[in-house]
Ligand binder design. Structure first.
Ligand code: GDP
Length: 500
């Protein structure tokens, strides 16, 4: 659809007569109401009225089909929602004990006798944690918790960048021997960006050089505050090595679910299942296998499963202990066979009634994926345009800052704090030392329109550069604080100069 004088006039709220005159001045041509206006000219005039023209690519038939299907397939009836177990991810700096902690949690909650005999088959599992009955004080109430066994925030963030948000609670592990480290800060930033609840585990408290107080203070500096300091973050001291505090950590997770996430952890177990694929692979014996996390409904053997661009009837289903099961309810991770092809991690899955529906949507997805690959570097095709009043108004400019030294970070932070512009403020989402990495850019993907990734005396690595380019993230490098601050100021005022 070309932009016409009429549609532009409506979009920017300028009378057609006035607009035609303005166009004549700009281009030395005469315009009628239905005359086409080229995009650049339209955008120029719109900007004068403080309106940004946005190029919107027309959706393809496949995209519309998939969208309509997904809307229908994920429709839940609020009346039928019941509590579901929380889904927990463990994040933190390398070597702070994430893996050991996960192992310890798994061991302490698998029925005695089974320990050791179990080969874990999937990278997600549930534990049944016994919590105290408030009346009797005895540990009787069983509360299930699902852990995603993908320690580290890379996995977490990759997943989110692809649209899958499966975590409810992030346990941030900090070794009391080291204290807060760069990846601890990153993990906190990622958890915050994803808007998940945080529980802090101060680990390695058994070690002779553990300094719990110092670690606590460093965490408070990241605005993680316990309730006696006006915050609502639970702190638990653990030793993954001795097992100390593990029970308290699980208690904290249950409390978090029941208090701070009350009313959010809900699912309808009666409906057809949908959820997210955690990983897919191929084996010689079983063919295609996929670990999926059921998020709503109940997945049953024999169901027709559509997962990304693949589908098939569920032939077999195993739980996290390798036991064959017939059905799996909300927050349950299961290993399924029966799909026709290997799905991607993070692909959404749906149970559908008819094989023909599954085939149709799978094909549409395949076409869409193929076109996306082909079009990645093609110029945008202006088929349609839309104008909104300055889009949604940006009220906060988010900044991800990487610098060569802590001193620089602090200096820049101070300068930026001074820059509060009428209705717009800056917020440093994450600041760290070292090169700009893929993880920094991924953090910006949460709201690409109003996030800047800035390097000061550091550069971006190739992966970061590539991702920023692909996803249109604003990535800039500076050597002079003044220039950095000036650009941020310009951005706040809505007129960032193009990169020289
Ligand atoms: P990850 O990289 O965060 O997954 O860390 P790991 O779980 O691999 O642990 C790193 C190292 O710290 C290993 O040598 C563990 O044995 C050790 N470790 C983990 N937890 C504790 C703990 O609570 N106390 C002590 N003293 N060492 C621990």
């Amino acid at each position: 659809l070309p932009i016409t004088v009429r549609s532009l006039s409506e979009a920017i709220g300028m009378k057609t007569g006035e607009l035609a005159k303005r166009l004549l001045k700009e281009t030395n041509q005469l315009y009628g109401n239905n005359s086409p206006v080229d995009f650049d000219t339209a955008a120029l005039i719109a900007v004068e009225k403080n309106i940004e023209l946005v190029v919107k690519r027309q959706k393809t038939a496949e995209e519309i089909l998939i969208e309509e299907f997904e809307q229908m397939a994920t429709n839940v009836d609020p009346e039928k929602l019941r509590p579901r177990p929380p889904i927990v991810t463990i994040m933190g700096h390398v070597d702070h004990g994430k893996t050991t902690l996960l192992d310890r949690i798994r061991q302490s909650n698998v029925a005695a006798g089974e320990v050791g005999g179990i080969t874990q088959v999937i990278r997600a599992w549930s534990v049944m944690h016994k919590v105290k009955d408030p009346e009797t004080g005895e540990k009787v109430i069983e509360s299930p918790i699902t852990f995603l066994d993908t320690p580290g925030h890379e996995a977490f963030t990759k997943m989110r960048a692809r649209g899958a948000n499966v975590t409810d609670i992030a346990v941030i592990v900090v070794a009391a021997t080291d204290g807060v480290m760069p990846q601890t800060e990153e993990a906190v930033a990622h958890a915050r960006a994803a808007d998940v609840r945080i529980v802090v585990a101060i680990n390695k408290v058994d070690a002779p050089n553990a300094n719990v107080d110092r670690t606590r203070r460093q965490l408070y500096n990241l605005s993680l505050l316990p309730d006696n300091m006006g915050g609502d973050v639970q702190f638990v001291e653990t030793s993954a090595l001795t097992g100390q505090g593990i029970d308290d950590l699980l208690d904290a997770i249950v409390i978090e679910s029941e208090i701070n996430l009350a009313g959010e952890l809900l699912a309808d177990p009666a409906r057809p299942a949908f959820g997210t694929c955690l990983e897919g692979y191929m084996t010689a014996d079983e063919g295609v296998m996929a670990t999926v996390l059921v998020q709503q409904g109940t997945l049953k053997k024999g169901d027709i499963l559509l997962c990304g661009a693949n589908y098939g009837r569920v032939r077999s289903m195993q739980n996290d202990q390798g036991v064959n099961i017939e059905e799996a309810g909300p927050s349950t991770p299961v290993l399924v066979t029966g799909l026709g092809g290997v799905p991607n991690a993070d692909d959404p899955f749906y149970v559908v009634e008819e094989l023909t529906t599954a085939a149709k949507i799978a094909e549409a997805r395949e076409t869409k994926d193929r076109e996306k690959t082909l079009n990645r570097f093609a110029p945008v095709n202006v088929e349609n345009f839309a104008a909104t009043k300055s889009k949604q108004k940006i009220t906060e400019l988010k900044i991800i800052l990487k610098a060569e030294a802590r001193g620089s970070v602090e200096a820049i932070r101070k300068e930026l704090e001074k820059l509060t512009h009428e209705e717009v403020t800056t917020r440093i989402l994450h600041a760290g030392i070292g090169a700009i990495t893929e993880s920094d850019v991924q953090l910006a993907l949460t709201s690409p329109e109003d996030t800047l990734v800035i390097g000061f005396n550091v550069t971006a690595d190739d992966a970061a550069m590539h991702l920023a380019e692909e996803r249109d993230i604003s990535l800039r490098e500076y050597q002079i604080i003044y220039n950095l601050v000036d650009d941020v100021k310009a951005q706040l005022e809505g007129r960032l100069k193009p990169i020289e």
